[in-house]
Design a protein around this ligand. Sequence first.
Ligand SMILES: [Zn+2]
Length: 248
Amino acid sequence: MRHSVSPALILSVHPTLAGHRVVTLLGPERGVYQAMLFGGTKSKLRALVSPWHTGTVWLYDDHKIDLPKITDFDPASFRPGIRESLYNTWAASLASELVIQTRASGEYGRCWILVNAFLDGMDGAEHNDLRPALLRFLWRYLGLLGVRPGTGVCVRCETALGGGVYAPGESGFVCAACGGGREAPAGGLAVSDSALGYLRAVSTARPGAARVLVLAAGDQESLRALLFYLIQQAVGGLKTLETGRDVL
Ligand SMILES: [Zn+2]
């Protein structure tokens, strides 16, 4: 098929030495792919094809060049609010990098819904409300990757977890009794009963319901440490996460 029309989210745009652009896109059926965008700085299309715009892309593939060519793009969603805040821009960049690095985990349709919903949230709400949104996104993304640790029972003694400690060596949570004293796991990350309850609720609640869950300040800190750790373990070498520590 030479010409195609499909829904697309622009994940990233990189200039080439020749003055063109290599665009990385996500499609609900096509997954993560690259396409070329030709045209000068005044091109209208060039302004439309920008990170975190979602819409319809027209592609032409002549099989002579390596990448298909973007012939048109019609954004249904521009999300200008993302660029209004350094934090939002950083969080959206992290989402893009995660999707690109993991190739949407091969779950294109689910990833499409998850990432678009996250970016819609980054576009709208107040700065202070968005940190829990990133934590929920990362926890859901770990689920998409199939590497989310269980929050039900201790990985050592299998009793129901209240609070506990994430044990990196055991890839799961241990209860307070197992994780205390000399048995404490190396590099363990402590999480309270309420923080674990928050993760459980995010796993099962619809996004609209999860958004109104309250996360205490202390829990937000511990979950941030845990989720950044887990996502780095799962994906590794996320530049956005490494460079963003000072921004946060
Ligand atoms: Zn235990």
